[in-house]
Structure formats: structure tokens, C-alpha cells
Write a protein that binds this ligand. Structure first.
Ligand code: C5P
Length: 205
């Protein structure tokens, strides 16, 4: 069984995908981490994330980088969103994602284009979303917990910018696949969102 989970930043898709993997006994891949590693590496190389050549060169990041906590920062998220615009970068990361999805028992992948590009034949596609305000508040609370001090207004602005960049790019933009199931987590806590996702998967399979 292949489960594709797509959605914008801070929608809860990562938490949901991880929980679905645990519940259904499937390996999980957070594909955003790949783009984050490229963003981190381009910076380390002294390259320009907006330059397709520099971004492509950074796709040769060392494997260990994927476990690096620094990839989770907002700054790297911003770089990831910039390098992910380049079709050559998306192409360079495609096979790795498809190979993960092709494991014998199946897999759960979360990202922006899993249901549309990476696994168009996935057994279940979830599109997880939430209002900008709900997502900004969650991100703010997470950052407070990490001791990072940002205003809610700045976080909201950053989310809007990232949503716009992810949805408006020409290569594999963030759009809901026509056969995806919508899960709006704006009014759900973590447990409720996970429970609802499990229900949706069970009902669809
Ligand atoms: O999901 P996460 O916030 O870690 O992703 C970081 C950035 O990587 C996103 O803003 C998006 O631009 C890019 N991305 C993508 N396609 C994916 C996963 C992430 O373009 N499948």
C-alpha cells in the first residue's frame, strides 16, 4: 500500500504521515528533508539557491546530512523552497523517492507533489491543509519551545511567501491531486488529526 500525503508547510502533514507509517507498519519518507539537504548544501558550497546549476550541484549532498537537526530550521526551509523551484533539482531527487515508494510492502511519503508526480498511482492520497492562522500559531508555539523568538506576524508572512512560491512554481507545484482526500486540520489537535487520517485511509482501502 502506498500512501501519499501532500500539503503546505505546518499543515500537520509530517506528523500525520509519520503516524500513518507507524499505524499501518509502513516505512515513511519525509521528502521535504531532501530539499532541505539541498538548500543546506548549496549554502555550504557558497552557491546561490536561485541558480539552477548551483542548486543541482548541491544535490550531491552527503547522506549523513539527512540526520542533521539544522535542516529543520526556518532558514533552511526557506532555502529548500528556493532550490525546489528548479526542474533539474526535482528530477535529480525523483528516482530516490520512487525507489522508496516501490518497497515490497509499500510506504508512506509526504511532501508537495507525491500524489501528483512521484506516486500518481498511490493507493490513498491525502491532501492535508489548515488555515494560515492555524499554521502560523502552531509554528510559533514550536519555535517558542525551541527558544527561537519570532513574532506571529513574521511567521504568518513567511508562510504566505512559501505557500505562494510552492503553489505558483511551474515545476510540480503544490496542488491537490483530483483523486486526493482533503483533510483540514485547522480545528483539530494532533491526536484528532491522526485519528481522522487513519479513518480516511481505512475507508479508502
Ligand atoms: O515540507 P518541508 O517544509 O520540509 O519542505 C521544505 C520545502 O521543500 C518546501 O517549502 C517545498 O518548497 C520543498 N518541497 C518540495 N517538494 C516536496 C517536498 C518539499 O518542493 N515533495
Amino acid at each position: 500500500m502506498i500512501i501519499a500525503v501532500d500539503g503546505p508547510t505546518a499543515s500537520g502533514k509530517g506528523t500525520i504521515a509519520k503516524a500513518l507509517g507507524r499505524h499501518f507498519g509502513l516505512p515513511h519518507m519525509d521528502t521535504g528533508l531532501l530539499y532541505r539537504a539541498v538548500g543546506y548544501q548549496v549554502d555550504l558550497n557558497g552557491g546561490n539557491p536561485d541558480d539552477a546549476g548551483d542548486a543541482l550541484a548541491a544535490c550531491n549532498f552527503p547522506e549523513e546530512l539527512l540526520g542533521h537537526p539544522a535542516l529543520r530550521s526556518e532558514a533552511i526551509g526557506g532555502l529548500a523552497s528556493r532550490v525546489s523551484i528548479h526542474p533539474a533539482v526535482r528530477h535529480a531527487l525523483l528516482e530516490r523517492q520512487r525507489a522508496f515508494a516501490a518497497q515490497p510492502g509499500g510506504a508512506v511519503l509526504d511532501g508537495r507533489d507525491i500524489g501528483t508526480v512521484i506516486c500518481p498511482d498511490a493507493d490513498v492520497k491525502l491532501f492535508v491543509t489548515a488555515s494560515v492562522d492555524a499554521r502560523a500559531e502552531r509554528r510559533w508555539a514550536e519555535m517558542q519551545a525551541r527558544g527561537e523568538d519570532h513574532t506571529l506576524a513574521a511567521i504568518r508572512e513567511d508562510l504566505r511567501e512559501r505557500d505562494a512560491r510552492d503553489s505558483q512554481r511551474s515545476a510540480a507545484p503544490l496542488i491537490m491531486a483530483p483523486d486526493a482526500l482533503l483533510l483540514d486540520t485547522s480545528r483539530l489537535n494532533r491526536e484528532e488529526a491522526v485519528a481522522r487520517a487513519i479513518e480516511l485511509v481505512n475507508a479508502a482501502t
